[in-house]
Ligand binder design. Structure first.
Ligand code: SF4
Ligand code: SF4
Length: 388
């Protein structure tokens, strides 16, 4: 009996809390329930501390689009932190454009103003050294993410073309200011390198608590243009890999398909092993969405040195549905390559941007940030046959 208790205590806890909608009272109750299962708020917030809440704002969108962390969750966590005597702020850096505008569009700025929470400086970059890093020994991070006593990550449950899902681990990429994110894509186009860098950011910043807003998730063409999907859950843990592993269980996606899992377990950031995770709270089997629309194949390693035919046949590529494109030019702006891999053709006979697939590094920034949902990802035939 004692052995069983000990082994249970040694496991990483993930709280799975059913939460039917974004009613403020209901979200607040669900959040408190989850935090209590993990040891209570005093484990994560102490009086007098400066606590940063890190939602997912991406490029700013109305809450019903399910692109961003819902304002009800920011409010519930803000009140909880303030109630425990902390000075609470919030911040995230969008993929492009101003952090202030994106926060206003998402409804998060209004909630923050109501609570008197400042928006932290996510525009000014600071370089830090991290000698224990797997890959990113020098990190460029937003000043606001560094000048705090502790971070609570408020992630959004969504799909992601490159990393398969964007959950707890991926959320901290928003601590890289603005277009500096593109530099990481250019330096680390291989998915396992990019995943290691995401893990490094988490290991450096050490968020104390990760909360995943899966009340209304995003499936399909995420993380910016997918469809809302009611999942009715909040997930909470101090281990982001374990939390993401439970997200995978909910959508029946094999955890190893998510490239951050391997780097997280090898570096000690967290675990995705079933036998090391204790799910507490709701019964997982009642909340599973096996038909959740997500790319159900491993992320294929990509290397710029690959010959073109290999890229063409095995790596998924972005494509444009011209009927949805309004020629805003964002895709060209956010393409991180100096010589852009998506541009308007010089002759202007075709009014829509076109890809140079030979140059394209398959980072999917254009797909992620196209404001019209005109860019999706197509798997090549060979890849579809292999992973059928
Ligand atoms: S970002 Fe989207 S809508 Fe804008 S030009 Fe590119 S494909 Fe068209
Ligand atoms: S075209 Fe799109 S996927 Fe290709 S490198 Fe540019 S942003 Fe990345």
């Amino acid at each position: 009996m004692r052995a069983a208790i000990n082994s249970s205590l040694a496991k990483t806890k993930v709280a799975l809390i059913e939460c039917p909608d974004y009613d403020e009272e209901i979200v607040s109750r669900a959040l408190r329930q989850g935090i209590d299962l993990l040891g209570g708020i005093t484990r994560f917030v102490r009086p007098g501390e400066k606590i940063l809440l890190k939602p997912n704002i991406l490029n700013g969108a109305a809450p019903e689009k399910c692109v961003t962390t819902h304002p009800s969750l920011l409010k519930a966590m803000g009140l909880l932190g303030q109630g425990n005597g902390a000075r609470v702020s919030f911040g995230d850096s969008p993929g492009f454009g101003s952090a202030q505008t994106a926060a206003a569009k998402s409804g998060l700025a209004a909630v923050a103003a109501e609570l008197g929470m400042e928006q932290a400086d996510f525009n000014t970059p600071a370089q830090v050294s991290f000698k224990e890093a797997l890959i990113a020994k020098q990190l460029i991070l937003a000043r606001g993410a560094l000048e705090t006593d502790g971070i609570i990550s408020l992630a959004k449950m969504k799909t992601h073309g490159f990393m398969r899902i964007t959950g707890a681990v991926k959320n901290q990429f928003g601590c890289v200011p603005g277009i500096r994110k593109g530099e990481y894509h250019v330096k680390m186009p291989r998915n396992e390198h990019f995943a290691s860098m995401l893990v490094d950011i988490n290991r450096y910043l050490k968020p104390r608590l990760y909360v995943l807003d899966g009340i209304m998730a995003m499936e399909g063409n995420g993380p910016g243009s997918g469809s809302p999907r009611k999942m009715k859950v909040l997930l909470l843990s101090s281990d982001p890999a374990a939390l993401d592993a439970v997200f995978c269980k909910l959508i029946r996606l094999p955890a190893p398909f998510v490239p951050t899992m391997k780097a997280a377990s090898e570096s000690g950031l967290g675990t995705w092993a079933d036998e090391e995770i204790e799910i507490c709270g709701a019964e997982l089997s009642h909340l599973v969405a096996a038909d959740f629309k997500v790319i159900r194949q491993p992320s294929v390693p990509f290397d710029r040195a690959f010959p073109y035919y290999l890229k063409k046949w095995i790596t998924a590529r972005p494509f444009i549905d011209n009927s949805l494109c309004d020629n805003c030019g964002v895709c060209t702006e956010v393409c991180p390559l100096e010589l852009k891999a998506i541009q308007h053709p010089a002759d202007r006979k075709n009014p829509y941007p076109v890809f140079d697939y030979e140059r394209c590094i398959r980072c999917y920034c254009c797909q992620e940030l196209c404001p019209s949902g005109a860019i999706d990802i197509k798997r090549p035939l060979l890849s579809r046959i292999i992973h059928r």
